[in-house]
Design a protein around this ligand. Structure first.
Ligand code: ADP
Ligand code: MG
Length: 458
């Protein structure tokens, strides 16, 4: 089957077509995954500006759909003919009758630009050969969500296709299945589900930071989440304070990379065989809620600490490359420390078999690397592998001897991280989540599909 998937929860307009082959052990093939990014537009605010994002979605949805269908080989011009009553008749779909136009008008009553674009599109092209439309209904920015939802409803109505509502957070988690299947690794989640669950998912993005217990497909429980800013938001806001670019996550990660080559090295006083990196500016940031017994996070204090430190510096320091490197490295490390500690705590407390990463921040190289190191150090793993990220494949540390010592024989801890281009918002992950919801018969009539900005998983 083929799924047309639509994502507009924040500032990315995503449309994808995915193909699912096989039933018992399905695998997902991305036929197209087009993302129209608004980064350039939001750059000057250092964050997403909802009304601008909404306007951009309206502008981008029809062209993004067109490109996605074209890339998937599913875009065909209808052999449009004019009927005797003067109405244009679309190829396979028949006339856009006044009744149909009226309903489309009602669906898109608040999206005038989208209405004009969609009519042009629908009249020009045939109904594509897809079986289902999946759309993000929440959580996200309400005005943005409605653009995708109403667009999907209009397509569902016009083409007579079933529609399935998708939870954006679940989609970030299931992005892992997409690439696991895609690159044909040995993970076959449905067949091996008993070996994967229970799992703990860490979803870290610009809008969310949650630790979620996943007992099975569709069975979720939020264990903890941020009480204020999300981790990605913290990256974005602190990068704005330092004036180093937007989005802040990749900007900070890139600058932090220079830490080792820039920081002066000295011989360690107590052990001359060791060399120590010297922090020139002594930047030390807090790790909020690191030791609390829950699985919650808080990042606003970290942001404030960065602001205070920055403000206290003389102008020449604020512009010093080494100061910015030190700051970036410390911001990234503070965020990583709490994310890893809380996730590992949940993994131990719930005796889970898999840690699943997802969301834009999970593209962070240091976060992935340190997660792996921590798991190996704690000897949590029996057979550690992540299917879709080469450095995580089969760990040499999973020796039988160490397992017997730990008494964990028969257990395995998997670490899954999506391919980097599937970490941030995209349509393909909505398609996969749509597929799993379809299996659970969650189809709804288009009239009943609604955006829900505060939708919770579980
Ligand atoms: P949302 O769903 O909230 O829009 P996304 O899942 O698209 O968020 O992720 C966007 C966030 O991911 C931004 O806050 C961005 O700074 C962050 N991000 C992207 N790449 C990285 C990275 N390499 N390191 C840290 N953060 C990153
Ligand atoms: Mg997201």
């Amino acid at each position: 089957m083929k799924i047309l998937a639509i994502e507009t929860s924040c500032d990315d307009t995503g449309v994808a077509v995915i193909e699912i082959k096989g039933q018992k052990q399905p695998y997902f093939n991305i036929l197209s995954n087009v993302v129209s990014s608004q980064v350039e537009i939001h750059k000057k605010w250092g964050g997403v500006f909802p009304s601008l994002a909404k306007r951009e979605h309206q502008k981008n949805l029809a062209p993004t759909l067109k490109e996605a269908l074209k890339k998937a080989g599913l875009l065909f011009s209808s052999s449009s003919i004019l009927s005797s009553d003067g109405h244009r008749r679309g190829g396979g779909m028949g006339a856009t009758s006044p009744t149909k136009l009226k309903i489309l008008n009602e669906i898109l009553a608040r999206e005038k630009n989208l209405y004009d674009d969609i009519i042009k599109f629908l009249e020009k092209y045939d109904k594509p050969k897809v079986d289902l439309i999946a759309v993000t209904v929440g959580p996200g920015l309400e005005p943005c969500l409605w653009q995708g939802v109403n667009f999907a409803k209009a397509l569902s109505f016009y083409w007579g296709l079933p529609i399935i509502p998708v939870n954006h957070i679940e989609a970030h988690i299931l992005a892992n299945w997409l690439c696991a299947y895609q690159i044909g690794t040995r993970l076959a989640p449905i067949r091996r589900a008993h070996k994967l669950f229970p799992a703990v998912a860490l979803v870290v993005s610009g809008g969310h930071t949650q630790i979620i217990l996943m007992k099975n497909f569709g069975k979720y429980e939020i264990l903890g989440e941020t009480r204020d800013d999300a981790a990605g938001e913290c990256f974005d806001k602190t990068a704005k304070i330092l004036g180093i670019g937007y989005p802040g996550g990749p900007a900070i990660a890139e600058i932090a990379l220079q830490w080792k080559s820039q920081a002066p090295i000295t011989n360690n006083q107590t052990n001359p065989n060791f060399q120590t990196l010297i922090s020139k500016f002594g930047v030390k940031l807090p790790r909020p809620m690191l030791n609390t017994k829950d699985y919650d996070f808080s990042f606003s204090g970290l942001k404030t600490a960065v602001l205070c430190n920055f403000k206290s510096q003389p102008d020449y320091v604020k512009k010093d490359k080494n100061y910015l490197i030190e700051m970036s490295r410390e911001i990234q490390q503070a965020i990583i420390d709490v994310l890893i500690k809380k996730t590992i705590k949940a993994a131990k407390d719930y005796n889970i078999k898999t840690i699943i990463l997802g969301g834009g921040v999970s593209a962070n190289e240091e976060l992935r690397k340190q997660f792996l190191q921590k798991i190996q150090k704690e000897n949590l793993n029996h057979e550690l592998y992540a299917t879709n990220y080469p450095p995580y494949q089969s760990s040499p540390h999973s020796s039988k001897a160490s397992l017997r010592r730990k008494g964990r024989e028969g257990n395995e801890l998997n670490l899954l991280a999506p391919l980097k281009n599937l970490c941030a918002d995209n349509g393909a992950m909505i398609g996969v989540a749509g597929y799993f919801s379809w299996l659970k018969k969650k189809i709804k009539p288009w009239q009943k599909i609604k955006a829900d900005a505060n939708l919770r998983i579980g």
